[in-house]
Write a protein that binds this ligand. Structure first.
Ligand code: SAH
Ligand code: ZN
Length: 681
């Protein structure tokens, strides 16, 4: 059924009514979930299988029946494996109803529906007894309810409850246990993701001071999950070994702590700045610790081939479990061999860390909460964008070039700091912003820097527009996710067009949308159909995902491409040009391009990348590749923005005459932007 729902239009900033499928939200969740990638994770699947087999054989060898409980069965994968391994009874529960329904179909299709009882409930709602969901307690638990932070999906309470109510005392649990590792590092690249720096000029002179409360803020409590193995090796320096900080006994032999704080002394391995903690975990799948699944980044991974040219590509790839970064509340300068203490804290769902040396001690080790506003309203990517000195320098150069002491400047983006950095040298600055939390941040900057001529306005009135001599828009709105959502600048300029003076100066000049066929090294695995997983037919799951993708319209999605290596598989092409100084109400563009130029070798193509390049004075600011891509080569992507990608349902071998096409329709009156990109079939 179709229903009216409210949806925010990121280009206009207003809330609009939209007709959507009544189950739009859950379809979106399915379409966007990491389910497919998790099922493509062969190492995970096979290690679960081997450990399950050991558990079932062990119960049998002791003359017992193997009664399996599978918590969070999803597609039913682990239950089907249990059936293949000869389990005597299997109960599978799944809290997410559409998945539970899908699971029933998959069991049917694989001829095991009579062997597995599926209960569409959260494990904590299961009942045991003659009339209960389970006739008896189980003596094997198999479950995979872990996320990048290990415990973020509620694993602690799931296991605790299961041991109390659903399992026999001497049961076997797959996995048996887990270890969380922390490594203290210096990484100026990632530090840019955490806190706003002062705005500086080309000679490192401070142009705008960041308020002290933002510098002192404990930061965001939300986990920063990241593909650490893609971080350039030269961008960070370890100052500690990996430290095992928390051990989790899933087997039920020792109780699970919902809250704990552990202080561990260690010696610094490298002189440097202790800025953050890299975190990952290992699962011990079996009771003897023979089958270990590690989420370590390549430099600490047990399976890395260090003699390879790209050692990061020699370990299993996965996106459903990455690594996490926790920023230390205070950066500490540390000397090699110094003794310091890592304080690791955990509550029911999350982790956080402190580092103490003889000069730095904390009165408490509470979970960090943002008190400055920045961490609540700006994404980490946006913070890193604002800290990107290279891009800032180009924007500032043009801005300084355009303004004088007579300038009245209108800034269209309230999450920009550059206009504040030049405010003192011009007459007046108006900043359009209406979100109170963003107004708070701007106000703090204004106070800290004694700016008396900056006014924050909810919208530009006719009188203000008439007064304005210069318009500046840092072309990255904190509300934008997909690249074209930054066309808010064009939407606003178009709506002001009649009211602005004819000779008003505008930065940027315009933008170009670019597209290119690519071969992802791994990213396609998050979306391509499974067909089969470990020999188990998964067609019902594929069609659920496909239907959800159609309903929730997730054709192109935003991804930080620097975390996902790919090769250019065709010349990048300019798809659309928007001239901000001569805006047209609508723009349509389409085109057909050949994949291979003067090259008849065949390639695999499994997606397209789309990005935007902003023109500022004579400079091009790419929110895509940092150097022009060469066909056949890896692409180096801007780390401070996300790009749009289309992941193809199946990869294609193409050669010679293959062609791709695109269509764009852009309406600045309505704030609409549509793009389609695909093969010429
Ligand atoms: N076992 C499957 C799916 C793992 S994903 C596999 O390994 O492929 C985890 C699933 O567990 C999700 O579908 C989630 O909805 C479900 N889940 C998490 N905690 C649960 C709980 N306590 N009870 C029931 N389902 C749970
Ligand atoms: Zn904060």
């Amino acid at each position: 059924m179709q229903v009216f729902t409210q949806k925010r239009n990121p280009i206009t900033g207003s809330t609009e009514w939209d007709v959507q499928h009544e189950d739009y939200d859950y379809h979106r969740e399915i379409a966007r979930s990491a389910f497919a990638d998790m099922l493509h994770d062969t190492e995970r699947n096979q290690k679960y299988y081997r450990a399950l087999k050991l558990a079932i054989d062990k119960q049998h060898s002791e003359g017992k029946k193997a009664n399996v409980l599978d918590i969070g069965t999803g597609t039913g994968l682990l239950s089907i494996m249990a059936a293949q391994c000869g389990a005597d009874s299997i109960v599978a529960c799944e809290a997410f109803k559409p998945m539970a329904e899908c699971c029933l179909k998959i069991l049917e299709q694989n001829g095991v529906a009579d062997k597995i009882i599926v209960i569409p409930k959260r494990s904590t709602d299961l009942t045991v007894g003659e009339d209960g969901d389970m006739k008896q307690r189980a003596n094997i638990l198999v479950t995979e309810v872990f996320d990048t932070e290990l415990i973020g999906e509620g694993a602690l309470s799931t296991f605790s409850h299961a041991h109390k109510h659903l399992l026999e005392q001497d049961c076997i649990v797959v996995p048996d246990s887990a270890v969380i590792y922390a490594q203290v590092v210096e990484c100026s690249t990632l530090q840019k993701w955490n806190k706003l720096n002062d705005v500086v000029d080309d000679y490192s002179q401070v142009m705008l001071r960041t308020p002290q409360k933002m510098k002192d803020c404990a930061g965001s409590a939300a986990v920063h999950d990241i593909q650490l193995s893609q971080l350039p090796r030269t961008d960070f320096k370890e100052v500690s070994e990996p430290i095992p900080v928390f051990y989790y006994d899933w087997s039920g032999k020792t109780p699970i702590d919902m809250k704990r704080t552990v202080k561990q002394k260690f010696s610094i391995t490298n002189t440097g700045h202790a800025q953050m903690v890299f975190m990952w975990w290992d699962l011990n799948m079996d009771t003897e610790g023979k089958i270990v699944l590690s989420c370590a980044p390549w430099w600490c991974h047990p399976d890395t081939n260090f003699s390879s040219e790209r050692p990061q590509d020699t370990i299993p790839w996965r996106d459903h479990w990455m690594q996490a970064v926790y920023y230390l509340p205070i950066e500490i300068q540390v000397e090699k061999d110094a003794e310091v203490s890592l304080v690791s804290c955990q509550d029911e769902y999350s982790l956080w860390f402190y580092l103490e040396d003889e000069n730095t001690k904390y009165k408490h080790h509470k979970r960090p909460i943002c008190e400055c506003g920045v961490h609540m309203t700006l994404s980490r990517t946006h913070v890193s964008y604002l800290n990107d000195t290279g891009r800032n320098s180009k924007l500032l150069r043009q801005l300084k070039n355009d303004v004088s002491s007579d300038t009245t400047l209108l800034s269209l983006n309230g999450s920009d700091l550059l206009v504040l950095a030049v405010a003192k040298s011009i007459k007046k600055v108006y900043v359009i912003e209406n979100m109170s939390i963003n107004i708070g941040i701007l106000t703090d900057y204004i106070k800290e820097n004694d700016l008396e001529n900056v006014e924050i306005i909810p919208e530009a009135t006719d009188a203000i527009l008439n007064e304005v001599t210069n318009v500046f828009c840092n072309p990255n709105f904190s509300s934008a996710i997909l690249p074209w959502e930054n066309l808010k600048v064009a939407y606003l300029l178009y709506s002001y067009k009649e009211k602005l003076n004819a000779n008003v100066s505008i930065i940027p000049d315009g933008c170009e949308f670019w597209g290119m066929p690519v071969e992802f090294q791994d990213l396609h695995k998050i979306r391509i159909p499974l067909n089969e997983c470990e020999g188990i037919k998964m067609a019902s799951f594929d069609s659920l995902v496909e239907r959800s993708r159609t309903i929730s319209d997730c054709e192109l999605e935003a991804q930080p491409m620097w975390e996902y290596p790919c090769w250019s598989r065709g010349e990048p092409r300019r798809l659309l040009d928007v001239d901000l100084r001569a805006l047209q109400p609508t723009a349509v563009a389409d085109g057909v391009f050949s994949i291979v130029d003067n090259n008849d070798s065949s390639h695999t193509i499994n997606g397209f990348a789309v990005w935007v390049v902003w023109r500022v004075g004579g400079a091009n600011l790419s929110a895509g590749p940092l150097t022009p891509p060469t066909v056949g080569q890896r692409v180096t992507w801007d780390m401070h923005t996300r790009q749009a990608v289309k992941i193809l349902q199946s990869s294609r071998e193409v050669s010679g005459s293959a062609q791709w096409r695109y269509q764009i329709a852009c309406d600045l009156r309505q704030g609409q932007f549509d793009i389609a990109i695909d093969w010429v079939q």
